[in-house]
Write a protein that binds this ligand. Structure first.
Ligand code: SF4
Length: 384
């Protein structure tokens, strides 16, 4: 990356973007492009999320008309900048639903984002992660496993054309699943916002090439520090040297053999203690990735035993995303890593049936009635 320029701060609680820095494209330039693509376009359907998105984006800069709900945050500007004009309709529709539907509590036909877990197994034991809870990792409790390729394919078959955002990330380290290259290959060309999260410890050349071949949109390297021993104190089982070598190899490969790649790379850490400085992260990673970010800490590692926190605002994720785990279990979030909030399963029921069905609706109703403090683990979770 030539130079880090942007600096956007967004303060939200619980696994939300806290701060991101990168060489952002100008939002002005991207908005100009959107204006020119949609100038004079007729026949947009009034309540379609695309019309709604454009209503907000095309408000004149100094207008006192109203506050737009849909604004382009820096990393979204970067994503749009890499899209072709004929992909804008799909992307803006998705992004409006992702950002604004949770604010207005509008339930879409399909979740705007589906997170798929290639495996629940992880080779790290980070101090802020549920992987340190033996109730999750003890094999007898049947939470540990690896997703079968056929299950993955049938899930993708249902989601194609209905959902734009897929993240291969949840409780485990995706690269542990040996079928990951086949999974990436199967996703190719089907979605506009595919993201993979990895701790980069197993990122060898084969997996790197599979990621680059698949033309996915975002690759997140999870790392919380730029110095030792802080890195390995937080990421227990990991080594900063090792992941730096792997990320360096990835970066060289991308530059040398995939110069047309649209992939955005990001190092993202959980902001857990004061010693972690975004400036250190920028200085260390800036030549290897496009963006550096921190997400806010949520008490993942002890959420079932955490104190009731008094938050009554409904959880936005209930209108934004769902999680499909390696064995087909479907859960509203991975904060509830023991799957106590749902016993739904794919393919017993389709994703849209589960998303709009009684288990998820009952949870939403409880949250809307300010009853989340009576629910575990919502009562100890910081996400709003
Ligand atoms: S635990 Fe409850 S409040 Fe937290 S993310 Fe899950 S559903 Fe939302």
């Amino acid at each position: 990356m030539a130079e880090l320029m942007g600096n956007q701060k967004v303060y939200k609680k619980g696994n939300s973007l806290l701060e991101i820095r990168g060489n952002n494209k100008s939002s002005h330039k991207v908005l100009q492009r959107i204006r020119s693509v949609y100038k004079g376009v007729q026949g947009l359907i009034e309540n379609d999320p695309l019309s709604k998105a454009l209503d907000d984006l095309l408000i004149e800069p100094n207008s006192t008309e109203r506050e737009p709900q849909f604004i382009l945050r820096d990393h979204v500007v970067d994503e749009i900048d890499r899209l072709k004009d004929d992909e804008l309709n799909r992307y803006l529709r998705y992004r409006y639903m992702y950002d604004v539907y949770p604010i207005n509590k509008i339930l879409s036909e399909y979740p705007p984002l589906v997170q798929i877990e290639p495996t629940s197994i992880c080779n790290y034991r980070c101090i802020f992660c549920y992987q340190i809870d033996p109730r999750l990792t003890n094999k007898k409790n049947s939470h540990m496993g690896i997703m079968d390729l056929q299950l993955f394919k049938s899930l993708v078959d249902e989601l194609e054309g209905k959902v734009e955002a897929i993240s291969l990330a949840s409780r485990g380290e995706p690269t542990i699943n040996k079928m990951l290259p086949e999974m990436l290959n199967y996703l190719e060309g089907k979605f506009l916002a595919v993201k993979v999260n990895t701790n980069a410890s197993l990122l060898d050349e084969t997996i790197s090439r599979a990621i680059l071949d698949a033309d996915i949109q975002t690759l997140v390297f999870s790392a919380d520090a730029a110095v030792e021993p802080l890195y390995s104190q937080l990421r227990v089982g990991g080594s900063l040297d090792k992941i730096t070598q792997n990320i360096e190899r990835f970066h060289k490969l991308k530059n040398k053999h995939y110069s047309d790649s649209r992939l955005i790379t990001r190092v993202s850490g959980v902001y857990y203690q004061d010693e972690q400085k975004i400036e250190d992260m920028e200085a260390y990673w800036k030549d290897l990735v496009d963006q550096v970010a921190f997400v806010d800490y949520n008490p993942w590692e002890n959420v079932y035993d955490a104190d009731v926190n008094g938050i009554i605002k409904p959880c936005s994720d209930l209108w934004r995303r769902l999680f499909v785990w390696w064995d087909g279990r479907v859960n509203p979030c991975d904060v509830d890593y023991l799957s106590t909030l749902s016993d739904e399963r794919f393919p017993d029921r389709s994703i849209t049936e589960i998303w709009r069905g009684e288990t998820f609706e009952s949870l939403r109703k409880n949250h809307l009635k300010s009853k989340r403090q009576g629910l575990k683990p919502c009562a100890g979770c910081a996400l709003v």
